[in-house]
Structures are given as C-alpha cells and as structure tokens.
Design a protein around this ligand. Structure first.
Ligand SMILES: [Zn+2]
Length: 118
C-alpha cells in the first residue's frame, strides 16, 4: 500500500516546552510516545507504534488548551502538549462550560461587530 501524503493526526505543543532544548515526549493518540530531539526542525513525526503521521503545531507560550471548532461550528477546547497549565481533560465540567460560554460570547460579539467570518 502506498504511503499517504496527508497527516493522520494533528497535535499542538506549547512553545515553552520545547524552548529549553530538552527532548520532548510527544504523545500519540494510540498511547505511544514519540521523543522529538532538539532543535525541533521537523514539523511532523511518524509514530513507531501505529505508524500514524503526526503533524506538530507549536503554539506560542504556555496555554493549557486552544480553542478549536467542531465541524458544526461549535467551539471546543483542544489540549496542548507540554503545557504546565491545566489541560482541558483535567478541568471540571463547570470550568470547561464556563470557558466555552465565554468563547461563544466573544465569537457572538465579534460577529455582531464585524459580521460573520468567512
Ligand atoms: Zn501511535
């Protein structure tokens, strides 16, 4: 079977986690860990266990999560690997609901001011 060109998985990594120049253990969805060695020139790795290609997206700073959107346009919290902040799966349900509510309000405010984004 020919190798696919597109990536199987996307993951976000906190910029502060790879600034120190230490090897970074990247977690794959299958539970295996891929160690990335500095200076982190690769923007994708192959998981040795499940052979998924994982695209690495570095997020500036140390956020515990970033805001993504579901296919139906609903905001959703996506975890950031290597962050020292609380990841979304460790937030309590009310905490998570509170963040998403704030995000939705900001989106609505933005759309009222600027119109719907394309
Ligand atoms: Zn894997």
């Amino acid at each position: 079977m020919a190798k696919k060109q597109e990536f199987d998985l996307y993951t976000f990594v906190a910029g502060t986690a790879i600034e120190g120049g230490a090897p970074f253990p990247l977690q794959c969805n299958c539970g295996a860990t891929v160690t990335i060695m500095p200076p982190f020139q690769e923007d994708s790795v192959i998981c040795p266990a499940c052979e998924s290609s994982i695209r690495i997206l570095v997020v500036e700073g140390d956020p515990g999560y970033i805001i993504g959107r579901d296919s139906d346009g609903q905001p959703r919290l996506l975890p950031v690997q290597g962050s020292s902040a609380k990841p979304p799966e460790l937030l309590s349900e009310p905490e998570r609901e509170g963040i998403l509510k704030k995000v939705k309000e900001q989106i609505e405010l933005h759309e009222k001011k600027h119109g719907k984004s394309k």
